[in-house]
Write a protein that binds this ligand. Structure first.
Ligand SMILES: Cc1cc2nc3c(=O)[nH]c(=O)nc-3n(C[C@H](O)[C@H](O)[C@H](O)COP(=O)(O)O)c2cc1C
Length: 260
């Protein structure tokens, strides 16, 4: 087992990009993906354990909260958390802190991928995509330096009761919205969306994707579609697509990514 472990959920690459950038600075790091149940949960031999997650509907994405309960860390391990969001941090880091007592935590605003709900430029403070990426890379270096020096955050992550309520409603909204997925004639039936969906919610039927309702609205299918053929209402046709420029579909679908 590596000296450092980072548990990461990422729908459109921002959090995985952050995890990779931090791992490069830390060295000897396993990034364990939580898009599905993590393949390794007992990390009690790791010295530092990180959690890097996006805010989804005010809380944690998909089944991440459930997965947290299966993770075992050493009592003396240094624990850090990074929450990525567009406009507000939400209660995700607080939920992690409740279970693992974060030594250090940080929130980072980046491009929003919930294309039907918000324009991407919702980030706070509002910046261009290139500036957001650079800001995130600068933050990764700062976070890694803080983790390497064993820095302790002065305050615990905020509880955000309203966001905790919002996160209870969000999964129902996400499922209902999934009925509106459609595919245009540009679809070539490559099946990348099937491979990428963290819920196994997409199937190819007659060479075209068919969507179920077990959807958490990560929109990886839509944002990474090489033909921009997947739509979710008119809004998504009009709005620019986005996924992190440094994260590939192959990386997102790995179980563990190791950095020496
Ligand atoms: C389904 C969904 C819900 C989101 N909900 C929120 C939210 O409640 N508040 C917020 O500030 N950002 C929200 N965002 C924005 C993400 O937190 C932000 O885009 C993050 O960088 C995505 O990380 P990823 O690319 O690793 O998935 C949401 C994004 C998605 C896809």
């Amino acid at each position: 087992m590596s000296k450092n472990v980072i548990f990461c959920y990422s729908g459109t690459g921002n959090c995985l990009d952050m995890a990779k950038n931090i791992a490069k600075e830390l060295g000897d790091t396993d990034i364990i993906m939580m898009r599905k149940a993590p393949v390794k949960t007992d990390v009690s031999d790791a010295e530092r354990v990180g959690f890097i997650v996006p805010c989804y509907g005010g809380g944690l994405p998909g089944d991440v909260e459930k997965y947290l309960d299966s993770i075992k860390v050493a009592p003396g391990a240094y624990i850090f958390g990074v929450g990525q969001y567009a406009g507000y941090l939400g209660c995700g880091l607080h939920k992690i802190d409740e279970r693992f007592r974060l030594n250090y935590w940080c929130g980072v605003s980046h491009q929003c991928s919930a294309i039907w709900l918000f324009p991407h430029q919702l980030m706070l403070p509002p910046v261009t995509p290139g500036m957001a990426q650079k800001r995130s890379e600068r933050k990764a270096k700062k976070i890694a330096a803080a983790v390497l020096s064993g820095e302790n955050s002065k305050k615990a992550p905020p509880k955000m009761r309203l966001n905790a309520l919002e996160s209870k409603v969000w999964p129902k909204l996400a499922k209902a919205k999934a009925k509106k997925f459609d595919v245009t004639e540009s679809c070539v039936g490559c099946g990348q969306c099937v491979r990428l969906c963290p819920r196994g919610n997409i199937q190819l039927v007659g060479g075209k994707p068919q969507f179920g309702t077990d959807c958490i609205q990560c929109l990886g299918c839509l944002q990474y579609c090489p033909k921009e053929a997947i739509t979710l209402t008119e809004k998504t046709v009009r709005r620019e697509h986005y996924h992190n420029p440094h994260v590939t579909v192959d990386e997102l679908t790995q179980d563990i990514i190791h950095f020496d």
